[in-house]
Design a protein around this ligand. Structure first.
Ligand code: ADP
Length: 449
């Protein structure tokens, strides 16, 4: 029967597609359901990169890194409250995940810097195009090659269990078919987070009330309800991340890689005020403390050339430019004299190799080539660190830390990997590694049942 499989995957983001492909490759018959009319979730919007340590791509660029260092950076960025066993998986599997994606056809050869990382470890396509759209496309192509049954406009409603509490399938609602059961030995929840749901967000963190969000419309958290109703415990729900740089015009998320590749942050007074490469929680707080709760990303043509994603921002009209800093400042209502001094000072710090003003760890290039750009930015709700509790096999656990047989979770729907604050570049790493792990484990489990 066509509605009976080994593994059902709920959600078509990076975690869901990775899980579906891995479950298939481990011998399972798979259905992947997605409630929205489009695939890719928030994963396809990710632009920064995929963090991984000790990769061939890093070695080719003489970057010295290790899984231990990635572990340390991730724990530190997360306020040391991350689940150490999950962070260990994230960092020690990261090279394998990059290799797995590369074998499937991904290009992750460009390696750049993101906030909170000790070294360049954010992998992305050559020239710096958006990593999320690329990764989702590669995974989708691989799912299609494998004839995986992908059902769009189909929402996962309620997990079905037998009298011993083991998963037997899931009640779904198809846009045209209505409600029906999909029978399966294992269900993988890969339903993402809830940053688009400001009611839910602001109940957990009132300081985020009314904030705009970077997320796709489906990121409202109904998958968390599915997990809870099935007995899964939620953890760290109060930790919600603002992305420091959404364009004030249009709310476009401006990737952290713009700063990683050399842009500085200045306020209306034309002054720098923070280490631009700090973690997202600190950068957001610093921006909110400036006049009008906004700031400007300032960069030049050399930064633009290093990251093709910037062409999109220019095309969208959110990155006005001028051939001098004075003109740019006038257009954007920034103090021009101060801005000119700030950039000159910054360039001298680049030359000296040390940021004695704000301790910025990377100073990739001076800002003095061709046109100058300014993107006015403000923080927006971006990522929800909390979620369903999983163990090291991606099995969902209840409040007593007992597993719910046959129920798995991967990606933003889970809590624990990122602690209180996620590092840029760790989301794509998380969803590929844990999606793949959940797919493998669910396939193995279903063979035994
Ligand atoms: P991750 O980054 O963890 O893979 P994403 O946000 O990229 O998460 O993807 C999650 C996907 O799951 C989104 O496409 C979202 O629309 C989908 N989704 C969320 N809840 C449900 C649900 N109840 N049923 C089916 N799909 C869902």
């Amino acid at each position: 029967p066509k509605d009976t499989v080994d593994v059902v995957v709920v959600g078509s983001g990076g975690a869901g597609f990775s899980a579906a492909v891995a479950a298939h490759d481990n011998g399972a018959k798979v259905i992947l359901i997605e409630k929205e009319p489009v695939i890719g979730g928030n994963a396809k919007l990710a632009a920064g990169g995929m963090n991984a340590a000790w990769t061939d791509q890093q070695k080719a660029k003489d970057i010295k890194d290790s899984a231990e260092l990635m572990y340390k950076d991730t724990m530190k960025g997360g306020g040391e409250i991350n689940d150490p066993a999950l962070v260990n998986i994230l960092s020690s599997h990261s090279k394998g995940s990059v290799d797995w994606m590369t074998q499937m056809g991904a290009d992750l050869t460009d390696v750049g810097m993101m906030g909170g990382a000790s070294v360049n470890r954010s992998h992305r396509p050559t020239g710096g195009a958006g990593v999320g759209a690329h990764v989702v496309q590669v995974l989708y192509d691989n799912a299609v090659q494998r004839n995986i049954d992908l059902r769009m406009n189909t929402r996962g409603i309620e997990v079905l269990k037998d009298d011993k509490g083991a998963v037997k399938g899931i009640l779904v609602k198809g846009m045209y078919k209505g409600y029906y059961w999909v029978k399966a030995d294992a269900v993988i929840l890969a339903t993402g987070g809830f940053a688009k749901n400001n009611e839910r967000v602001s109940k957990l963190d009132p300081s985020l009330k009314g904030f705009i969000s970077t997320n796709q419309p489906g990121a409202v958290g109904d998958g968390l309800d599915v997990a809870e109703n099935a007995g899964g415990a939620l953890k760290d729900m109060q930790y919600i991340q603002a992305h420091p740089t959404l364009s004030v015009k249009g709310g476009v998320m401006i990737t952290e890689a713009v700063r990683g590749n050399g842009a500085i942050l200045v306020n209306k007074e034309g002054k720098r005020f923070v280490n631009e490469i700090t973690t997202r929680d600190k950068a957001s707080a610093a921006i909110l403390a400036q006049t009008g709760k906004t700031a400007y990303l300032i960069f030049d043509d050399s930064v633009r050339k290093s990251l093709s994603k910037i062409n999109q921002y220019v095309g969208l009209g959110v990155a006005p430019s001028a051939d001098s800093l004075m003109k740019l400042a006038e257009m954007e209502n920034i103090d021009g004299k101060a801005l000119t001094e700030t950039v000159a000072r910054y360039n001298s710090l680049v030359t000296s190799g040390k940021d004695t003003d704000f301790d910025r760890p990377n100073l990739p290039r001076s800002l003095n080539e061709g046109n100058y750009y300014a993107i006015e930015i403000t923080p927006g709700v971006h990522h929800t660190m909390g979620g369903v509790m999983i163990d090291t096999k991606a099995e969902v656990m209840n409040a007593k830390k007992q597993v719910i047989p046959g129920l798995y979770g991967a990606g933003e729907v889970t809590g624990g990997v990122h602690g209180a604050n996620r590092l840029g570049g760790n989301a794509i790493s998380d969803i590929i590694t844990f999606g793949r792990l959940a797919g493998e484990e669910a396939a193995k489990y279903s063979k035994k049942h």
